[in-house]
Write a protein that binds this ligand. Structure first.
Ligand code: 2PG
Ligand code: MG
Length: 437
């Protein structure tokens, strides 16, 4: 069996924040090789697989020597001899070593790097591009996803300088992935020059979006609308706004503290505030509008706005098929972020993706705020037939590598592969309706 896993190497490498992380390299008997690196979140859901960190004083406790050792000593012996093209069997072998909900024995950073490396080796053993192998695993039709791209960072990615975490744009009106890149680049530049004019240019946040110097959260939205206009676009026409509120970072048990504005909101007040933003700005997607523990809030928000905007569960669903099914029964959210390291393995991520697709939920493959040169998620988004891809901003190579990889894949797929923007583009949102009135 040429796909038989013959050798596994694990090493410590470094991510975009300069933190240690886990890399795994796999070779098969037939000479195929696969390599992958674990990403790391900063705003993490409490129910996602943990990153196993060594603790102590060194490297602020962030070292991953135990996770690396777990790959070498526990995961590697379990994978040797398995067929790299059989992702389910490989992931099952990993899960047999650690079936804890949070993967706290092996570490989600160890399991995800190993699982992704198997996926790469499987594609190489089949001599097909990774996106093709991903499509086989998912049983999906490959397509180029619609990007959502950060213009301003915030929350846990920008020293909590503003409360809302991601101010992003999407270009559902573009006719090609390449056009999305070009328009987003113009918007990003325009936002930078507006910040410069106000004397507010202070570098970039964790994911490469502009560092947010604003007096209140809504000022970021106002500036974003002006940036879209300065880029020569009509806000809400081809270019729309997407927010990741990441509300678990500033609220729990139905209480929310907007530190920048020095005020505390109850669940209903936060819903009203976000509802007004949906009326006043061309926002077509909103992630984690309420906290991960606020089931009532998420249900109420979805009841009120779910028919006019995409509502994504990230911390709320943590790429977990069971939580997704509960949300479907609850009528909470209408889309899910797929982060492979929240689940811990490729197979568990696919379980969640399939559950989402069969419930008619939107699917957005996402990077983490701590990233590397690893471009696995570009291939997964394409191969899984996910509607969207979120990788952070439009600067810094750990982000651009993923957008650029999509361009290369798009060339292989050919014209007509960028279809994902159309369902969003046909949605009517309040801002546009108001403008037309
Ligand atoms: C998110 C991600 C990416 P993190 O919340 O969606 O923006 O952040 O990786 O820090 O969880
Ligand atoms: Mg999020």
């Amino acid at each position: 069996m040429t796909g038989s896993i013959s050798d596994i190497t694990a090493r410590r490498v470094w991510d975009s924040r300069g933190n240690p992380t886990v890399e795994v390299e796999i070779a098969t008997a037939g000479g195929a090789r696969g390599r992958a690196i674990a990403p790391a979140g900063a705003s993490r859901g409490t129910r996602e697989a943990i990153d196993l960190r060594d603790g102590g004083d060194k490297l602020s406790g962030m070292d991953v020597q135990h996770a690396v050792a777990n790959v070498r000593e526990l995961i590697a012996p379990a994978l040797v001899g398995l067929d790299a093209t059989d992702q389910t069997a490989a992931d099952r072998a990993i899960l047999a070593l650690d079936d804890s909900a949070l993967k706290d024995r092996l570490g989600g950073n160890a399991t995800v790097a190993a699982s992704l490396a198997v996926m790469h080796a499987g594609a190489a053993a089949k001599s097909v591009p990774l996106w093709r192998h991903c499509a086989d695993l998912a049983g999906a039709e490959p397509s180029l996803p619609l990007p959502e791209i950060q213009i301003f960072g915030g929350g846990a990615h920008a020293g909590r300088r503003v409360d809302i975490q991601d101010f992003m744009v999407m270009v559902p009106g573009a006719t090609s992935f390449d056009e999305v890149m070009e328009i987003t680049s113009e918007v990003y530049r325009a936002a930078g020059s507006l910040m410069g004019q106000k004397g507010n240019l202070a570098g970039v946040a964790d994911e490469g979006g502009w560092w947010p110097i604003f007096d209140h959260n809504e000022e970021a939205l106002e500036t974003l609308v002006r940036a879209i206009e300065l880029a020569g676009e009509t806000p809400g026409d081809r270019v729309v706004i997407s927010l990741d509120v990441a509300a678990s970072e500033f609220g729990s048990q139905g209480r929310y503290r907007l530190a920048l504005e020095d005020r505390e909101l109850g669940r209903d007040e936060l819903i009203r505030l976000l509802g007004r933003w949906l009326d006043d700005y061309p926002i077509m997607s909103i992630e984690d509008p309420l906290a991960e523990d606020d089931r009532d809030g998420m249900q109420a928000f979805t009841r009120e706005f779910g028919n006019r905007v995409q509502i994504i569960g990230d911390d709320y669903l943590v790429t977990n098929a069971t939580l997704l099914e509960e949300a479907v029964a609850d009528r909470a959210c209408n889309a899910v972020l797929i982060k492979v390291n929240q689940a811990g393995t490729v197979t568990e991520s696919l379980d969640c993706l399939r559950a989402a697709k069969s419930a008619g939920y939107g699917t957005i493959v996402s990077a983490r705020s701590g990233e590397t040169e690893d471009v696995s998620i570009s291939h997964m988004a394409v191969g899984f037939g996910a509607a969207q891809l979120k990788v952070g901003s439009f600067t810094r190579s750990e982000r651009m590598a993923k957008w650029n990889e999509c361009l290369r894949i798009g060339d292989m797929l050919g014209a007509g592969s960028f279809v994902a923007g159309q369902p969003l583009a046909t949605t009517t949102w309040a801002h546009k309706a108001k403008g037309a009135a």
